[in-house]
Design a protein around this ligand. Structure first.
Ligand SMILES: [Zn+2]
Length: 297
C-alpha cells in the first residue's frame, strides 16, 4: 500500500509563527525534511469553527475563538489570535493528513496531537484535542491512537469514553492523569529502571490491543520528550531506542496493512535537537514502509 510512495507531510508557516518560540522546532524540522528530500510538504486548510462544533463544549469553544479569559488560556499558554490560528492550522493538517493516510497508507502532520485537552477546557499546552477531532470528524471511521509521548494522553482518554469510534493506547513515563478506561489503555514504563525490554513489551501489547480494535486508521503520536536528555523525561529512552520504537510501530502498521498518520508530539530540548529526533522518526517510517526520497527513482 505504501511501497515506493513519497511521504506527504502536512505543514504550513502558520504552524510556527515567529512570535511563538516553542513552535520554531516545527519550522526547523520542515526545513530539514524538505532539504533532505524525505517528504513533500503540503499546506493544509485551517480547521473551521463548524468542524469543531460538538467536540469541545460550546462555552470553551467560544472562549477559544474569542479570547474570553480565563478559559481561553486554560491550556497554560497566554491566548493570542496568532496562537489560536496556529492551532487551527495544525488541526487542519490533522484532518487533511488523516484523509491522505486513508487514501495512500501513510501521512505525517508536523504538529502535536494536543492530547491533554479535555472536553471542557485546554490543559498542558493543548488547546483543542486533535486526536479526538479525527474520531469526531469521521464518525464512520474507527480511529486507534497510539500515544508514545513522555506524558499520558489523559484528554484523549476522556474523549475515548465519549466517542465509540475512538480507541486510545498510551505508553508514557509521566502519567498525567492517564489511567486507562473505556476504550483506553495505559502503560507506564520507565526504561532506566525497568529496561527497554519492558518498553518493547508494552509496544507489543499496544499493537495487539489496536489490532483487536480493527481500526481504519492508526494515529501515532511519536513524542520525543521521553528522550533521556529531555528536561521533562522520566521514560529515559535513548536516541537508538526511540528509533527502534518508531520502527516497531511503522512495521506493525505495515504488517496489519493499517493506514498510519503520525505526529511529532512533545519535545523540550533545544529546537535543533528536537527537530533531529523528529527526523529520526521520519527515517524510521522510510525504513519500515519502503518510502521513496524525493527525486529518487
Ligand atoms: Zn509530552
Amino acid at each position: 500500500m505504501t511501497a515506493g510512495r513519497e511521504l506527504r507531510v502536512f505543514y504550513s508557516t502558520a504552524y510556527a509563527p515567529v512570535s511563538q518560540p516553542a513552535l520554531q522546532r516545527l519550522a526547523l524540522a520542515a526545513g530539514l525534511l524538505a532539504r533532505r528530500g524525505l517528504a513533500q510538504l503540503q499546506a493544509p486548510a485551517a480547521v473551521t469553527r463548524a468542524a469543531l462544533h460538538g467536540l469541545h463544549c460550546e462555552r470553551y469553544l467560544d472562549a477559544f475563538f474569542d479570547g474570553t479569559e480565563p478559559l481561553a488560556s486554560s491550556q497554560g499558554v497566554p491566548w493570542s489570535a496568532v496562537l489560536r490560528d496556529a492551532t487551527l492550522a495544525m488541526l487542519g493538517g490533522q484532518i487533511d493528513g488523516a484523509q491522505h493516510a486513508l487514501r495512500t497508507g501513510v501521512a505525517m502532520n508536523l504538529a502535536r496531537g494536543f492530547h491533554h485537552a479535555v472536553y471542557a477546557r485546554g490543559s498542558g499546552f493543548c488547546a483543542i484535542n486533535g486526536l479526538a477531532l479525527l474520531a469526531h470528524a469521521m464518525p464512520e471511521r474507527r480511529i486507534a491512537v497510539l500515544d508514545c509521548d513522555e506524558h499520558g494522553g489523559n484528554g484523549t482518554e476522556e474523549f475515548a469514553a465519549k466517542l465509540d469510534n475512538l480507541h486510545a493506547v498510551s505508553i508514557f513515563g509521566t502519567r498525567f492523569g492517564c489511567y486507562g478506561g473505556v476504550r483506553s489503555w495505559a502503560f507506564p514504563v520507565r526504561v532506566r529502571e525497568q529496561g527497554f525490554d519492558t518498553y518493547l513489551d508494552a509496544l507489543h501489547q499496544a499493537v495487539e490491543i489496536i489490532a483487536g480494535c480493527r481500526p481504519d486508521l492508526l494515529v501515532y503520536q511519536a513524542g520525543v520528550d521521553c528522550h533521556s536528555n529531555d528536561p521533562k523525561n522520566q521514560a529515559g529512552l535513548s536516541t537508538r531506542e526511540l528509533f527502534q520504537r518508531d520502527l516497531f510501530v511503522f512495521k506493525s502498521a505495515g504488517l496489519l496493512q493499517l493506514p498510519v498518520l503520525f505526529l511529532v508530539g512533545g519535545g523540550y530540548q533545544r529546537a535543533r535537537r528536537v527537530a533531529q529526533l523528529n527526523l529520526n522518526t521520519v527515517a524510521a517510517a522510510h525504513a519500515a514502509l519502503g518510502l521513496r526520497r524525493r527525486g529518487s527513482e
